[in-house]
Ligand binder design. Structure first.
Ligand code: SIN
Length: 267
């Protein structure tokens, strides 16, 4: 969105932004010179803030989750396609990511529209997936047996609370949701947190998910966002996937993320 300053946005501009957010599932803002307090104030216009259980919080602002990669860390956070918090009973509405320190090159974030992916499915497959439910989990990403749970050097200062992730029950959501803001149908499985399709054999479930994932990341459904100082991306976790590119080894990247609470999802 161009020509808007989120610090002084009028109710009218906010209504336009809400419509753009519902229509596209992600909005990008440039040249926003905001403080952490203004980031929090903007987020609170959208809903209640979810204080992240697994990410390291900002030293002075616990509502802000730090998304950091230090020069000596090889793995980035969010480096595969995923939708934040799909492992929750009431998955988060969305996340507002603010660029704070960027690598000289690289570090883009890619987005994939799950509205477009659903609409682009073959009609028979669409009718089939409309009837399905899937299981989502945080264990393999944030739990004690996950990569971060086992690699202190990579998790240090970034990811914690593995025991909390271990205790989090897996949840079930429809494979296709009716989006609570737009009323449109969207595909709601993701490679990060969806572990199986309910009621299918492991083999069939894996094959079905792989088919959907391959379909969803076709270039016509995706967009790559090139961060600049002052950039903000605000995405809807129920409408898009995102994936942070890890192509800036040896450089530092620091982002501030605030996530907004969502609601239960239905077909
Ligand atoms: C995330 O998955 O929230 C991180 C995205 C990014 O750092 O670009």
């Amino acid at each position: 969105m161009l020509g808007v300053d989120i610090r002084t946005m009028t109710d009218d501009e906010f209504a336009q932004m809400r419509q753009a957010f519902a229509d596209h599932g992600v909005i990008f803002l440039r040249d926003q010179d905001i403080t952490p307090e203004e980031h929090i104030a903007f987020a609170e216009r959208w809903g209640q803030i979810n204080v992240n259980r697994f990410f390291t919080a900002h030293d002075d602002h616990p509502k802000i989750a730090m998304v950091v990669k230090e020069p000596d860390q090889t793995h980035n956070i969010g480096g595969g396609w995923h939708a934040d918090h799909s492992y929750d009973v009431e998955p988060a509405l969305g996340s507002i990511l603010v660029a704070r320190e960027l690598p000289v090159t690289g570090g883009d974030t890619a987005f994939a529209s799950m509205y477009a992916a659903y609409e682009g499915l073959d009609p028979d497959l669409k009718a089939h997936v409309d009837t399905l439910h899937a299981v989502h989990s945080a264990h393999h990403i944030f739990g004690s047996k996950s990569f971060y749970g086992n690699r202190e050097d990579q998790s240090q200062g970034r990811i914690g609370n593995a025991d909390k992730a271990d205790r989090l029950p897996d949840v079930i959501h429809p494979v296709v949701i009716t989006h609570p803001l737009s009323g449109r149908k969207a595909l709601y499985v993701n490679p990060g947190f969806t572990i199986s399709i309910q009621g299918m054999s492991e083999e069939d479930s894996k094959a079905m998910l792989e088919q959907l994932y391959l379909h969803a990341v076709q270039p016509e459904f995706t967009h790559e966002f090139d961060w600049k100082p002052g950039s903000i991306a605000f995405w809807d976790n129920r409408a898009v996937w995102h994936s942070a590119r890890n192509d800036y080894q040896g450089q530092r990247r620091v982002m501030h993320r605030i996530t907004i609470e969502g609601c239960a999802l239905s077909a």
